[in-house]
Ligand binder design. Structure first.
Ligand code: EPU
Length: 417
């Protein structure tokens, strides 16, 4: 599929089942490598990035059996010491997790260049800092990243910035390392807590995951275990924002509402009604809805991975909004596409000032994963036909999204050039 044709479908209404979180599934798949026996991982989202992670594992000799679309048995018993996995590693950021996992498992890891969405610089100095603190040496070239350390020891690691990826890599490298490691200023996202919960079920001793201080007492072995990946808060938030932007009523099913507190507060502040049960959230986008101020922060702050979708929603509300991006310098690359739809967005450094207006359909090119979700939301809320080129970006993180959007009333057609 090369493009999506979107026509106004009115208010999006209905319910959407939410799958497992991409950003939890990817570290858990890498962590399977650390176990001595097979693990049965359920609630894996059937998305492009997960398929890439499975192929990287396969390339390392890990045996995999597909039980169903969302469940795999992953057996690393015959995994061989790592080989450079490029060009696969170049297609997603989470490839970096195979460095930490291979270091923990084999005392050595080597991967090709790491890819992912382009938000300007995506440094890995904090990953390197964690590996070095544990006693490993890291060599970086343009083609590959090599980490080696056969006599690792637990260590105190004080991160200089909150990094999801560096926290994951530190956990993966430390969990089988002798002694205690303490991570300060660790990321506290639900996907970090989910990784730790998987590892603890496999026999690890990790405390404090989900807070800024994580203590890891190294264990000798991890056994495989059965585990289900946490629901995807970003997928859920995307459908809620689609409902609000089109003045519809959308329920997301099978979620942890507490993980979305920052988004739900902003939706309510903008005038939307939000109802929660233990596992479901429903948003009612009843007019008039008005602009709000949003600033992205690490969890539990407003997630950067919902910033583009939130901005698309705010383009449809009355009055002014201000959206400040604190995590990724270049995460407003979709703004020019929204401007082509008539959106009134002014950019200054890391701040978008938005004035609500009516959107019209336009021809757009998707620049990255969450931007793609934002443009799709805007296209559903606009008058007239929109064409989205390069929609494959969405397949990296949203399972079956065309069908799910159609289920709530969107008029979307896939077309090949
Ligand atoms: N940073 C450093 N040095 C490092 C690592 C990060 O300075 O060594 C900085 C980054 O430049 C950025 C901030 O720290 O300003 C946060 O980066 P982080 O390491 O947390 O991001 P990441 O691990 O590369 C993950 C998600 C992203 C999400 C960010 C922030 C995965 C696979 N990716 O990336 O998700 O935006 O955390 O929450 O978990 C997405 O799903 O669309 C996505 C981009």
């Amino acid at each position: 599929m090369n493009k999506l044709i979107v026509h106004p479908g009115g208010a999006l209404c209905g319910s959407v089942p939410i799958g497992g979180a991409k950003n939890a599934a990817l570290p858990i798949l890498a962590a399977c490598l650390l176990c001595d026996g097979p693990s049965l991982i359920g609630n894996l989202p059937d998305i492009r990035d997960v398929r890439i992670a499975l192929r990287i594992l396969g390339g390392m000799g890990v045996e995999m059996e597909r039980i169903d679309a969302h469940t795999y048995r992953i057996d690393p018993t015959h995994a061989a010491p790592p080989a450079v996995a490029d060009p696969l590693t170049g297609s997603m950021r989470a490839s970096a997790y195979f460095l930490g996992a291979c270091l923990g498992k084999f005392g050595e890891g080597c991967i090709g260049t790491i890819g992912g969405c382009d938000f300007g610089g995506r440094p890995i100095d904090q990953h390197v800092k964690a590996f070095a603190a544990l006693g490993a040496t890291v060599s970086l070239s343009e083609q590959e990243i090599h980490v080696r350390g056969t006599r690792l020891r637990g260590a105190k690691i004080c991160f200089d910035t909150v990094s999801v990826g560096a926290t994951v890599n530190a956990i993966l490298a430390a969990v089988l390392t002798e002694g205690e490691s303490v991570l300060h200023m660790a990321a506290s996202e639900p996907h970090i807590a989910d990784l730790a919960a998987f590892l603890n079920r496999a026999g690890a001793d990790i405390r404090g995951a989900g807070t800024a201080t994580i203590r890891i007492r190294g264990v000798r072995h991890l056994r495989g275990c059965t585990y289900a990946v946490v629901p995807d808060m970003i997928e859920a938030g995307t459908y809620l924002l689609a409902g609000a932007a089109t003045r519809g009523a959308v329920r997301v099913r099978g979620v942890h509402p507490g993980h979305l507190r920052a988004l739900l507060e902003k939706l309510r502040e903008s005038g939307a009604d939000v109802d929660c049960t233990d596992t479901d959230i429903t948003v009612f986008g009843i007019s008039p809805l008005h602009g709000v101020e949003v600033t992205t922060h690490p969890y539990p702050g407003f997630p950067t991975d919902l910033q583009p979708q939130m901005t698309a929603y705010l383009c449809t509300t009355e009055g002014g909004s201000r959206v400040q991006e604190n995590i990724w310098q270049h995460r407003f690359r979709y703004a020019t596409e929204l401007q082509n739809m008539g959106a009134a967005i002014a950019l200054s450094d890391s701040v978008a000032t938005v004035r609500g207006t009516s959107l019209h359909g336009a021809e757009m090119t998707v620049p990255d994963l969450r931007a793609g979700a934002a443009l799709l939301i805007a296209a559903c809320a606009a008058e007239g036909e929109s064409v989205l080129h390069d929609p494959w970006w969405l397949e990296r993180g949203y399972e079956n999204y065309v069908e799910k959007f159609r289920q709530i009333g969107a008029d979307i057609r896939e077309q090949s050039d």
